[in-house]
Design a protein around this ligand. Structure first.
Ligand SMILES: [Zn+2]
Length: 222
């Protein structure tokens, strides 16, 4: 079960230009970052003891590092300004769109390398989410949950031919992911997906402009 992700982690390590520092912290979830001060990737992770999909999670963070080195820095840092302040939670909501969009590309990489393991991981989330949504519908989901559930169902649809639950709001989010093929990441595709995710939920509009080669997003109220 773990051999494919373990092998892939080793392969990614050899292709990365910068070293990777792993930090175990049980109070934190899996998280990748690039620390300029030490010119290293830093991956924080909980203890492997209680994590059934520990190595897949770890591989996921390594792929964030790979995308950071290989593609635009847009695949790592959120650079945005918000053009309105009506919603006090807006600063917290916007990063979810960027994070979920990047995960669509990261997980596609893992599906292509460790299909069996990734399918099992997603199937577990698919079952949990389907049960919840079939009991309560999709109206109770907040934006973050819509984006995460949409990602799980879009992956299940694309890679495993599993039908997403039939709820209109959620379907729009799933379609936004599916509209962008994730196999070969690019800034253009990332831009397209972020815009589609914004319009599928409908609260915001995003415009992107390049500043010194790096994308800067401006967020407006829809
Ligand atoms: Zn991620």
């Amino acid at each position: 079960m773990d051999s494919c992700p373990i092998e892939e982690i080793e392969k990614v390590k050899t292709t990365l230009k910068y070293p990777v520092k792993l930090i175990e912290d049980n109070k934190k979830d899996f998280l990748w970052d690039f620390k300029n001060s030490i010119k290293s990737h830093v991956i924080t992770h909980p203890s492997p003891v209680n994590e059934k999909f520990f190595h897949l999670n770890l591989l996921h963070e390594f792929i964030h590092g790979l995308h950071y080195e290989r593609f635009s820095k847009a695949f790592s840092k959120n650079n945005f300004i918000i053009e309105y302040k009506d919603d006090p939670l807006v600063e917290l909501k916007i990063p979810d769109y960027f994070n979920c969009a990047r995960d669509w590309f990261v997980n596609a990489h893992i599906y292509r390398k460790c299909f069996k393991e990734m399918s099992l991981w997603n199937q577990t989330d698919y079952n949990k989410c389907s049960k919840y949504i079939n009991e309560l519908g999709d109206k109770t989901l907040n934006e973050r949950q819509m984006l995460s559930a949409g990602l799980i169902f879009a992956e299940a649809d694309k890679w495993q031919n599993l039908t997403p639950p039939n709820y209109q709001n959620l379907q729009q989010v799933v379609e936004a992911y599916i509209s962008v093929s994730p196999e070969t990441p690019s800034l253009k595709k990332l831009e397209s997906l972020i815009k589609s995710l914004f319009s599928s939920i409908g609260s915001f509009i995003a415009k992107m402009a390049l500043e010194d080669g790096l994308p800067k997003w401006t967020i407006y109220k829809a």
